[in-house]
Ligand binder design. Structure first.
Ligand SMILES: [Fe+2]
Ligand SMILES: [Fe+2]
Length: 321
């Protein structure tokens, strides 16, 4: 599905308040339309300056009422399994982004990454507020609330982020290692953000639209989805550029995909998507679509074993960042 110019303009320029009514499906298309234009890191930084929003402006009063009175227990349970991947994911990328910042050697890229770090910190606060004010968790500081929501963390979430932390640690030990940097960028911007994040955004935000619930969550997370357009476009642009410089980096990207697909094929329990309005097959279809659109845009021809692994994986809600 392509986005028309007018819808793209609406997404691009919407104020934070207007993100309450902008269609999330248009925002998802906006992410992909931008990839093909190969924006520079300066372009993306300039967009950040316009699209940045204040998490303090959100009002969760109606969300709390909806949570208490409109959502069934099954809906809440499914929602928490899917949303928790983001609650933990945002915090994890906020602390794991800096090895990439350290290793990347281009000033424009570093400047862009300062904006992404600020985005991820703001997203972390957004989820902290949502879990406190709507779900009703408490605890000391960011970590206290994370500790409570860990009950809904899936093995796929833990695995994908543990792998990212491992790659970040290898970059810390050897910042000159470009191959590990490419693997890190593929694991973060391509897999966690480009596939996991956008799948969760599309499913939970469409659930809110269909059910007419959680307006504060919709506004904040829809704005988060638009922020994600810059993160995904940055990552795919850097990968595209680096592959042009040295085609052997393709093996590092493939490795990141193989590891993450293997992690995603392990499940200690199955998340139920039906209460959110999706069958497992539909969830799988959205996931595959997200993966294929990004790899095609970069010009990657996925080897047969990766394609088969992607077809067979029963994706869990592994979250995003
Ligand atoms: Fe984020
Ligand atoms: Fe992100």
């Amino acid at each position: 599905m392509a986005i028309d110019i007018e819808a793209e303009r609406v997404v691009e320029r919407a104020s934070f308040r207007e993100m309450r009514t902008v269609d999330v499906n248009d925002v998802i298309e906006y992410v992909h339309a931008g990839i093909q234009q190969w924006p520079t890191s300066r372009d993306l930084y300039d967009k950040y300056a316009i699209q940045r929003w204040n998490v303090q402006e959100l009002d969760f009063t109606q969300d709390r009422i909806d949570w208490e009175t409109k959502l069934s227990n099954d809906e809440k349970e499914a929602f928490l399994y899917v949303a928790t991947g983001f609650h933990h994911g945002e915090r994890q990328v906020e602390v794991d982004l800096w090895p990439e910042f350290m290793a990347i050697d281009n000033d424009e890229d570093k400047i862009f990454l300062t904006s992404q770090m600020e985005d991820e910190a703001r997203h972390t606060i957004f989820f902290d507020r949502f879990y406190r004010e709507v779900v009703g968790y408490d605890g000391e500081g960011i970590r206290g609330v994370l500790h409570q929501s860990y009950a809904h963390a899936t093995p796929g979430l833990v695995g994908a982020f543990a792998y990212l932390t491992h790659l970040g640690d290898r970059i810390r030990q050897n910042p000159e290692d470009r191959h590990t940097l490419v693997e890190f960028i593929a694991a973060y911007h391509l897999w966690i953000e480009g596939v996991g994040a956008l799948t969760v955004m599309q499913t939970t935000l469409n659930f809110c639209r269909r059910r007419g619930v959680l307006p504060g969550y919709y506004q904040g997370f829809n704005a988060t989805t638009r922020d994600e357009s810059r993160h995904v476009q940055f990552g795919t642009s850097v990968l595209h550029r680096m592959l042009h410089e040295d085609p052997t980096y393709v093996e590092d990207i493939n490795r990141a995909l193989r590891v993450n697909l293997a992690i995603s094929s392990v499940a200690a329990f199955r998340v139920q998507y039906e209460p959110l309005g999706y069958t497992e097959e539909e969830f799988q279809g959205i996931f595959m679509n997200q993966l294929m659109r990004k790899t095609r845009a970069i010009g990657l021809e996925l080897p047969q074993d990766i394609l088969e692994a992607a077809q067979n994986v029963r994706p869990e809600a592994f979250g995003g960042g």
